[in-house]
Ligand binder design. Structure first.
Ligand code: 5GP
Ligand code: MN
Length: 342
């Protein structure tokens, strides 16, 4: 359900679409299931009504999402820079999905800023930047895909949601809620999921494609991470896993293979704060998750140049992996009372 004020915005949104000669749909760097799902869900829906849509992502997708319908139509800035930039600069409308500020698209953000096209935001992250002409920004929804469904079904009749569109939107809701286990306490999320299922989503098949489709090496990397690389701090209700470049190489790491590892320590009784450090060439990627009220987005913003949601955030540490670990262990002390209260 959209708020009353947003129902009015939907009309404005539709008028903009109707007068557009080129509409770009885009999302954040290292797109996850909700990012790819929302771009492709909207792509299928608008394409079916004859709108001139182009999907552009800053870089490629995790391997476990490449089966999604329409991935072959997406222009990746990292591979096709000239076409991506041309599309962005020539667009009269740019729909920004699953991110709240251009810098989340990394280098591509410069062209989003330069483009004179109208910018429309559809997103569920807190505190969107002041860069958008129209905003559908709800932090209460499970995912951007849920919000795309609400906007689409208000702007058009429900028949705009084809099976392919429904599959993409379902993937986003499913992955952003950890298969309907968090961020989905509003009954509405399940109603939207139900409506998508009625459009032909085969839930068991989608679960299999997303969660049971990994390489043996990825499963071994997971086992190695839990057995040898997880450090637990019961006194702070916290844990972290850190992985070096060499370890990733040893387990033939592919994009997306470490997805979900950060959640694993939260399955330990008493752990409410979990972090994954992954070494890259010039920085350490930091993923943060929590249970309850501990705001990992604030931690990421303050310490790791990032942000996100209360219970799921990301960022980067510009230091070595061992420095990042030491920094984190020191930092934990300052959150001791907050962590022990949550
Ligand atoms: P992940 O740990 O999967 O990379 O990210 C978890 C959440 O934090 C996602 O909602 C993602 O959009 C957000 N996030 C990840 N990295 C960053 C970042 O560098 N900056 C901000 N603002 N949010 C991030
Ligand atoms: Mn999302």
């Amino acid at each position: 359900m959209l708020l009353k004020s947003d129902v009015k915005k939907v009309q404005e949104f539709k008028n903009i679409l109707d007068s557009s000669k080129s509409i770009v749909l885009t999302t954040h760097h290292n797109p996850d299931g909700d990012a790819v799902g929302s771009i492709l869900g909207l792509f299928h829906a608008l394409k079916s009504k004859g709108y001139p849509v182009i999907a552009v992502t800053p870089n490629g997708f995790p391997e476990f999402l490449t089966w999604m319908p329409g991935t072959d139509k997406v222009i990746k800035y990292s591979d096709q820079k000239i076409i991506a930039v041309e599309s962005i600069l020539n667009a009269d409308t740019i729909i920004c999905l699953d991110f709240n500020g251009f810098k989340r698209t990394e280098e591509m953000g410069e062209y989003l800023l330069q483009s004179r096209g109208r910018k429309i935001l559809i997103d569920h992250h807190p505190n969107p930047e002041n860069q958008f002409d129209i905003q559908f920004s709800f932090t209460e929804v499970s995912s951007t895909c849920e919000l795309v469904y609400e906007v689409l079904s208000n702007a058009f009749s429900n028949d705009i949601v084809s099976t392919d569109c429904a599959i993409c939107l379902f993937v986003g809701i499913m992955t952003d809620t950890g298969s309907f286990s968090y961020a989905c306490s509003r009954g509405r999320t399940f109603k939207v999921a139900g409506e998508l299922i009625s459009k032909g989503v085969d839930v068991e098949m989608i679960q299999g494609l997303v969660y049971n489709n990994f390489s043996a090496e990825r499963m071994r990397l997971m086992g190695f991470s839990l057995n040898e690389k997880m450090k637990i701090f019961p006194e702070f209700k916290a844990a972290y896993i850190s992985l070096t470049k060499e370890e990733l190489k040893r387990f033939k790491n592919k994009m997306g293979d470490t997805e979900g590892f950060v959640n694993l320590p939260l399955a330990i009784k008493g752990i409410v704060f979990s972090v994954l450090f992954v070494e890259h060439d010039s920085f350490v990627k930091v993923s943060l998750r929590s249970r309850g009220t501990f705001p990992v987005n604030e931690v990421s913003q303050k310490h790791f140049n990032g942000g996100g949601h209360t219970n799921a955030a990301g960022g980067k540490a510009f230091m070595s992996l061992s420095q990042a670990e030491n920094y984190f262990e020191d930092m934990l002390k300052s959150y001791s009372s907050q962590l022990n209260k949550s």
